[in-house]
Design a protein. Structure first.
Length: 503
């Protein structure tokens, strides 16, 4: 009897164990590569926050325009993610991963060399488009590489820590580069990250044939991308023109209609951009929602706490970035502990709900800030508590949202996780900016002659934003308790909360 099975039996056990060990080591190299790419795409959401005041002074744009430097990236990123996920499924995730790294590096170089505000915003949008192809390819590679229950928990703990901690790393890195070089190096540094991930991808990410042979759902892609764009554009316009503006109302209405049309279209298309079976699972659908809630609240924290530290407390860009280090450390620790230990023991309902409750307490405490508050007594405790909380929310949400997906849907599921986080961040930035501007303006109008009223008014706007973010987390905790199945029920339905369906 001859053949592969016979040949395998004739291979010495030591050689088979060595080959298995090499494969296992290679998988961790793959994790390192996709984590570098994810770190790059995530830190670019926040790295500009610290550099924004310097860029604003250099290029001469106003306060009402500065949010577009952030929103342009997040908007392009979020609106194209679903398309990016399906492109990876159709054309091969390794190919899309490597191509997107090159595109991201080129767009970053253009950002760094931008001679004007308009060029900077366009380049940021190009960065976001490249990231929209890159992020789902990276997560899709991770989903199909780690299929065992134990290793999957470890890998997703690291990946979630990078995803959420990347924003904090961006603040630290942005502070260092702005302080000692220029805000432009906050963009140029991405070329180094992209080159590292590209060389690692060539060496360690295996060549795998595309898991699907089908046409791209162009109708779904157009409806989803335009709908998400219109929605976030309308929210962003509200900050400058008000909620009663015709442009704001029209954009929000068009966005809602397009997204509803997208859902209806996906029910009838043979090869949809987003197979609705992905969100048919109750636990998975709830996890997507909790990921969005985490994005809504956290983006507001990063942006407005940075403003508070620099504009009110007088922190330098470097000091402001380093101030977020405790948050990064706590997210990294919490992401791994909750994903590896607590999620398997208690299930997503308990873990995510507790994370939401902890974040609520932390942000409620931060909402008591005033002009003379100290970092050690008033900011640091919140960063520690919210870091632990966010790790307990995002890592289990990402794991649960992608558990049980079939290989041909890995890219779409990965894209939807990123979409919910990024669009949640865009919506959060737009809404929080509107709230802060409205509250600050109202305070100035009612206290025109108060001593130091500008700083007091700005701080009042920030604290209201933190209070709203706390309420968002409270709503997320209620949702987690109400809609996540119990751990026992989830194990019966899926076999394991962390093991993908191999059927």
């Amino acid at each position: 009897m001859a053949g592969p099975a016979c040949a395998r039996r004739n291979v010495p056990i030591v050689e088979r164990q060595t080959a298995g060990s090499r494969t296992n080591i290679r998988r961790w190299y793959v994790l390192a590569v996709v984590s570098i790419a994810q770190l790059m795409s995530m830190l670019d959401v926040s790295v500009v926050n610290v550099a924004l005041p310097s860029a604003q002074a250099d290029l001469g744009f106003g306060n009402d325009a500065r949010q577009w430097v952030i929103t342009a990236y997040a908007l392009a990123f979020g609106s194209l993610l679903l398309l990016g996920g399906r492109v990876g499924d159709l054309f091969g995730r390794r190919r899309v991963f490597l191509t997107s790294l090159v595109a991201f590096a080129l767009a970053s170089a253009l950002c760094g060399a931008a001679p004007s505000f308009a060029v900077l915003v366009v380049a940021r949008a190009l960065q976001g488009a490249a990231a929209a192809m890159l992020a789902p390819a990276a997560l899709g590679i991770l989903i199909t590489t780690y299929t065992g229950q134990g290793d999957r928990g470890k890998a997703f703990g690291v990946f979630a820590a990078v995803t959420m901690g990347g924003g904090g790393v961006g603040l630290v890195l942005g502070g260092i580069l702005t302080e000692y070089l220029s805000w432009r190096w906050c963009m140029y540094v991405n070329v180094v990250f992209a080159a590292s991930a590209f060389s690692g991808g060539l060496a360690y990410v295996p060549r795998v044939r595309a898991v699907m042979q089908a046409k791209l759902d162009l109708i779904g892609a157009a409806l989803a991308s335009l709908g998400l764009f219109a929605l976030v554009f309308g929210l962003s316009r509200a900050a400058a023109s008000g909620w009663s503006s015709a442009v704001t109302i029209a954009s929000l209405a068009i966005g809602a209609v397009l997204l509803l049309s997208f859902v209806l279209a996906e029910r009838t298309i043979a090869q949809p951009l987003l197979p609705l079976r992905i969100v048919a699972d109750r636990a998975r659908a709830t996890a997507f929602t909790t990921a969005a809630i985490g994005g809504i609240a956290m983006f507001g924290l990063f942006l407005f706490l940075t403003y508070y530290l620099q504009l009110i407390k007088g922190f330098s860009p470097l000091q402001s970035g380093l101030a977020f280090l405790p948050l990064i450390i706590c997210i990294a620790v919490s992401s791994n502990v909750t994903n590896i230990v607590l999620l398997r023991r208690f299930g997503p309902r308990v873990v995510i709900a507790c994370g939401m409750a902890l974040a609520f307490l932390g942000l409620a405490y931060l909402s008591r800030l005033h002009v003379h508050s100290s970092y050690a007594a008033n900011v640091l405790p919140t960063l520690i508590v919210v870091g632990l909380a966010q790790g307990a929310v995002m890592a289990p949400s990402m794991n649960t949202a992608t558990a049980g997906v079939q290989p041909q849907d890995a890219g779409a599921a990965a894209a939807l996780v990123n979409t919910m986080t990024q669009v949640g961040g865009s919506i959060g930035t737009a809404i929080m900016s509107t709230i802060a501007a409205t509250v600050t303006s109202s305070y100035v109008s009612s206290h025109p002659h108060a001593l130091g009223f500008e700083r007091v008014a700005a701080t009042h706007g920030y604290t209201v934003v933190f209070a709203v973010a706390a309420l968002v987390f409270a709503a997320g905790g209620i949702l987690a308790v109400a809609f996540f199945p119990s751990k026992a029920r989830l194990e019966v339905l899926r076999g394991s909360i962390a093991r993908p369906d191999q059927a």
